[in-house]
Ligand binder design. Structure first.
Ligand SMILES: *Cc1c(COP(=O)(O)O)cnc(C)c1O
Length: 387
């Protein structure tokens, strides 16, 4: 060993033994594998005869593919649309089915499909053209998508059969499954019209069927006239109700898979007429004790949430006051004399005492849906997986 390497080694040992890690800001997201397992079981219960695609697109709806994998590995397959994410699922050791929900974006994507044994959606003529030119030793399993009324992806009902015939003639294609997606499974319009179009246009075609997202699975699984071989739940797995506020996550028996928690880092006593935060949007009408929380819109908490958005302080329901700023927000500590600096604030999810604040309630206050909030959790928030 040269003197230089000896010095470097000693330096390294010293560093690892004695250096202090910088303390992170007191904010953290926690992923709950037990809740994921529970929610997956709920989806199965709603469609007991179907196989389950666990939809893990958008980095598992913001939860992190690697972090949800353990909780969702009981699924029959994983569905997503980003090829890099498909590689990550394979890298975790998953040998079962993976479905690309939007299929190939360009010809070389099909090489990855061959190499990683990805099943892929075919929704347009261009994708059939690419397949026809693709060189592969093993034919691909494809999901042929029908546009039954959503008007995003898929072949119109009248063109579906000819697409099927063309695909079926390709040596690159193995089994063809039939698929569509509902636009109104969560609302009053329902799925009847799209379902009728799909049933009519696929009547005597062979192949497995995949129709239902979370809302269709929870709300319409019983009245599905078409046998559903594969359901595609996403949002329910993460513990948000697809049809909030008509139904809550609790109504569907779902549990939050993510908790966002921060601490109070300062306390202020407001007198009558005092205001808090940018724009002085909240003015105290009575003397009010408030807590300043280490969470802001740069963490993914929506800036648009108004005064009154629910939070849990030490597991007790309270509300935000005034504007959300980049790194902080303020909460009402009225009636919470024990709360102070260091107290835990749950922005959504589960508090230590077991009380839950559904992400859907916060989303509603922000005029959006739980999906958007979980997907927008910011990079700077440290995430842990509960053990
Ligand atoms: C995202 C997606 C799903 C899952 O939808 P949820 O509402 O989260 O259950 C299902 N199918 C397709 C085609 C999707 O893109």
């Amino acid at each position: 060993m040269t003197r230089k390497t000896a010095f470097l080694l000693a330096h390294l040992v010293f560093q690892t033994l004695f250096s202090q890690q910088a303390m992170p800001r007191p904010i953290q997201a926690c992923i709950h594998p037990e809740a994921l397992r529970h929610n997956l079981a709920r989806a199965r219960q709603a469609a007991p005869d179907a196989q389950v695609w666990a939809v893990v697109k958008a980095n598992a709806y913001g939860h992190g593919i690697e972090r949800v994998f353990e909780g969702l590995r009981g699924a029959d397959g994983f569905a997503l649309l980003d090829l890099a994410e498909a590689e990550r699922v394979r890298a975790l050791g998953w040998r079962g089915p993976i479905l690309l929900l939007e299929g190939a974006f360009e010809a070389r994507d099909l090489e990855l499909c061959s190499r990683l044994h990805l099943w892929h959606t075919v929704h347009c003529d261009e994708q059939i053209d690419m397949l026809a030119l693709h060189k592969t030793h093993e034919p691909h399993r494809v999901f042929l998508k029908m546009n039954s009324g959503m008007n995003r992806l898929g072949f119109a009902p009248l063109r579906y059969r000819s697409a099927w015939t063309r695909l079926n003639a390709l040596p690159q294609v193995d089994e063809i499954s039939l698929m569509t997606h509902f636009s109104d499974a969560d609302g009053p319009k329902g799925i009847a019209q799209q379902l009728a179009r799909f049933a009519e246009a696929t009547r005597d075609l062979p192949g497995e069927r995949s129709l239902s997202n979370s809302a269709a699975t929870l709300r319409h699984a019983q009245d599905l006239a078409v046998k559903a071989d594969w359901i595609r739940p996403g949002i329910t797995l993460y513990g948000s109700a697809p049809d909030f506020p008509q139904h809550t996550a609790a109504h569907w028996g779902l549990r939050s898979a993510m908790s966002l928690t921060a601490q109070i880092i300062a306390v202020q006593q407001m007198e009558v007429g005092d205001s808090v935060g940018y724009g002085s949007s909240f003015v105290a009408q009575v003397p009010t004790r408030i807590g300043v929380v280490a969470c802001g819109y740069a963490d993914g908490y929506p800036r648009i949430c108004p005064t009154g958005t629910p939070v849990l302080v030490n597991g007790v329901r309270s509300r935000t006051l005034g504007r959300v700023s980049m790194d902080m927000l303020t909460v009402d500590l009225s009636g919470l004399p024990d709360a102070g600096v260091g107290s835990s604030v749950t922005l959504w999810g589960q508090a230590a005492n077991g009380v839950e604040l559904g992400i859907d309630e916060v989303a509603q206050a922000a005029g959006t849906v739980g999906y958007e909030l979980m997907c927008a959790l910011a990079q700077r928030v440290p995430v842990v997986v509960q053990d």
